[in-house]
Ligand binder design. Structure first.
Ligand code: KIV
Length: 259
């Protein structure tokens, strides 16, 4: 995929986006995905923290390089961590660092109309930006939790304003998270770039899921919008238990595993 083909997919086919944090999984996910997101959700799934707030730029650069090594043909989006785009200059300095130190195709920043000037500044300086509106995980502490958006008329109007502002600022697509399905549908219809949903119903221009959620590997909690396509945690535990049992009773290694 390229920026052009991603934009052209609107109204033609839903985009498949999935997160990855390492080369191993990126390689496995690449054949079935249009875009790979190195989400700052890695701070939870990979680093075991309770939210994304403490993610660092260095972490994002490290994991983005790993993902790009595993998925050499994918369009890769790198999330900008909390605090790295507080103004235009900081945002550009940090986005340039991502572009210079990784082969990522784009960065993603959270925020709507309030971030439009920053998105415009990045775009006009050669940084491809994926927006992120609706529920913003980086606002978890300031908002006192993960709050579904678009529940009131005012909330819906704000989301439409956000989407239009993000598009006008030059973003090539945006994620919409944690928004009532009927509202997300209206938001997607109000802009000309793809709106990729997570917890935003089916009537948007694509879907994104965190890979460890959809593979059932992340056991801490399961948001309502997650479908587990396999029970990864049970499969891994069963496999490791079999290995441990066989080691204990000297059943492994066998002749065929021995030099
Ligand atoms: O960090 C992440 O994985 C994300 C998705 C939830 C869209 O931003």
């Amino acid at each position: 995929m390229t920026i052009t083909s991603i934009k052209k997919s609107k109204g033609v086919k839903p985009l498949v986006m999935i997160t990855a944090y390492d080369a191993l999984f990126a390689k496995l996910l690449e054949p079935s995905s249009d875009m790979i997101l190195v989400g700052d959700s890695l701070n939870m799934s990979f680093a075991g923290k309770s939210d994304t707030i403490s993610t660092t730029l260095e972490q994002m650069i490290y994991h983005t390089n790993a993902v790009c090594m595993g998925a050499k043909n994918s369009f890769v989006v790198c999330d900008m961590p909390f605090g790295t785009y507080i103004n235009q200059e900081e945002a550009l300095k940090n986005a340039i660092q991502v572009f210079q130190e990784t082969p990522a195709d784009s960065i993603k920043i959270e925020g709507g109309a309030d971030k439009a000037e920053i998105i415009a500044y990045l775009s006009s300086n050669g940084i491809a930006v994926c927006g992120h509106i609706g529920l913003l995980p980086q606002a978890v502490r300031s908002e006192g939790g993960y709050k579904v958006k678009g529940k009131t008329q005012e909330g819906k109007e704000q989301l439409i304003k956000d989407a239009i502002a993000v598009e006008k600022a030059g973003a090539f697509c945006m994620v919409i998270e944690g928004v009532k399905a009927d509202v997300a549908k209206e938001v997607a219809a109000s802009v000309g770039i793809p709106v990729i949903g997570i917890g935003a119903g089916k009537d948007v221009d694509g879907q994104v899921l965190v890979f460890s959620d959809m593979l059932g590997l992340f056991e801490e909690f399961t948001p309502k919008f997650v479908k587990k396509y396999m029970d990864g945690a049970s499969l891994v535990k069963e496999a490791v238990k079999s290995y441990a049992d066989e080691v204990t009773c000297r059943e492994f290694p066998k002749e065929e595993h021995t030099y």
